[in-house]
Design a protein around this ligand. Structure first.
Ligand code: SF4
Length: 456
């Protein structure tokens, strides 16, 4: 790596696209505020702000978010540049090879962006780009970008799935995750958090052959789970037959696929029965299950359908449909009642939108750092999960297994994980698929989960 720009270790960074009147754009203009690549020390980290301003007679504000998402794609076209994520989580690296070969200035990156925007999206007639790398001067445009993102999110929250008769899909991330396609509905924002239903609709209208497209709902197969024949047909076609069914509102059964751009991960915490945890990209540490975001992201991403690990947008956490299917299966009334632990970074972002009767019952790392302390904390605050049979069985089950090992005097080998598979024993059975997987285990114990027995 020659330099790193943005990313989790840098406080302020962003990328933003704005549609402007023609007279405010100087076509081809590239401005740099701060040091250029060639002035940066090898191995150093810097802020990065990318402001792309475009004009054209057919452009409308709804297209800004969709254009903005193309920064990711266009930067990655450059040999030797890595670009990840979006909005205020963007993260770039320039390789030493690219810089040694002469790609050492933002002038070049700006030229690439302007030419690609105009070539790939001919409705853009003029474009100019401003880069910010100065840690002080980035503050104002960064705050402005945050205000635009919140305005977009607020609008996205104003409609529900029942208000529309068309959903949308996006395959922009298939270059990284070939079997992934996002299905975007009013209640399930794209998992990168940057394309709402409004944005997808605008993009599909102006560029129907582009990466965003209409998805007719078709027949409603299961409304609560969010299963529609139109979405199943779309994912089957777009994943080349790899995936056949999607429950939009479940993290456990036929969950939505995840590429690698998700803002957050919703993960099962088997030790609480059916309880979920949520961690976001900016969380710096290990989650309650002992894993950092990066390790869970490896498990979650790549276009797989991974029950128990679901890549999501932060807006989806506050959607009325958030994992509603999983919640109602165990007698809870909303998906947020499943959530027993959240990283503080993500909880702070959604706190004001969470129902008052639940928000202080969701632990963060400041309340509970060790998984073994979580059940006691949940019981103390009266979290609704503790009333479920799944919780009671899981908490009792862990005690029983520990007791049995103690009785036999067996050693618990390093790396052994006690795991509950939800739904085991229920009607219809279950399917376990292990692909390209190497496992070494001295033994595997599969136990039926019995109702809780009192430990002596
Ligand atoms: S995460 Fe989904 S909506 Fe966002 S760019 Fe990728 S495929 Fe498109």
């Amino acid at each position: 790596m020659y330099v790193e720009l943005g990313g989790p270790k840098i406080e302020r960074h962003f990328e933003l696209v704005r549609v402007k009147p023609e007279k405010e754009i100087e076509d081809g203009k590239i401005t740099l505020i701060g040091p250029d690549i060639m002035d940066m020390e090898v191995g150093s980290r810097h802020p990065i702000g990318i402001l792309v301003e475009v004009s054209g007679p057919e452009l409308e504000e709804d297209l800004e978010a969709v254009f903005e998402r193309r920064v990711h794609e266009f930067c990655n076209f450059v040999n030797g540049i890595m670009h990840l994520n979006q909005r205020y989580t963007n993260w770039m690296r320039f390789s030493k090879t690219a810089v040694e070969k002469g790609f050492n200035s933002f002038q070049m990156l700006g030229t690439v962006l302007i030419r690609l925007y105009k070539a790939e999206l001919p409705i853009i007639k003029k474009a100019q780009v401003t880069f910010y790398t100065d840690p002080d001067k980035i503050k104002e445009p960064y705050d402005f970008a945050l205000s635009i993102y919140s305005k977009r999110d607020e609008r996205a929250r104003s409609i529900n799935d029942d208000d529309v008769d068309m959903f949308y899909g996006c395959v922009l991330c298939q270059s990284f995750a070939p079997t992934h396609a996002c299905c975007i509905t009013p209640n399930r924002m794209s998992l990168c958090g940057s394309i709402s239903w409004f944005d997808a609709r605008a993009a599909a209208r102006v560029d129907p052959k582009g990466p965003l497209f209409e998805v007719p709902m078709g027949e409603t197969i299961n409304k609560e789970a969010g299963e529609y024949s139109g979405i199943n047909e779309m994912i089957k076609k777009r994943s080349l037959g790899e995936i056949n069914r999607i429950y939009l509102y479940s993290g456990m059964e036929f969950p939505h696929t995840s590429c690698g751009c998700f803002e957050a991960i919703d993960f099962l915490i088997p030790e609480t029965g059916a309880g979920h945890g949520i961690i976001d990209r900016s969380y710096d540490g290990v989650a309650i299950n002992g894993l950092p975001f990066s390790a869970m992201a490896n498990q979650t991403g790549g276009g797989k359908q991974m029950p128990g690990f679901n890549g999501i947008s932060i807006q989806y956490i506050i959607s009325p449909k958030f994992q509603i299917y999983d919640a109602t299966q165990i007698g809870l009334k909303s998906g947020i009642e499943l959530v027993v632990w959240m990283g503080k970074t993500v909880k702070d972002r959604v706190y004001e939108f969470l129902p008052e009767d639940i928000r202080d019952k969701i632990a963060t790392e400041e309340d509970v750092a060790d998984l073994s302390d979580l059940p006691a904390w949940l019981e103390k605050v009266g979290h609704p999960i503790v009333e479920t049979e799944e919780y009671k069985a899981a908490v009792g089950g862990i005690e029983e297994v520990e007791e049995e090992w103690e009785e036999e005097g067996a050693m618990v080998p390093m790396g052994t994980v006690g795991m509950t598979i939800p739904g085991v024993g229920g009607a219809g059975g279950f399917k376990v698929i292990l692909k390209n997987c190497k496992i070494h285990a001295e033994s595997i114990i599969i136990k039926k989960i019995e109702p809780k027995r009192k430990k002596k």
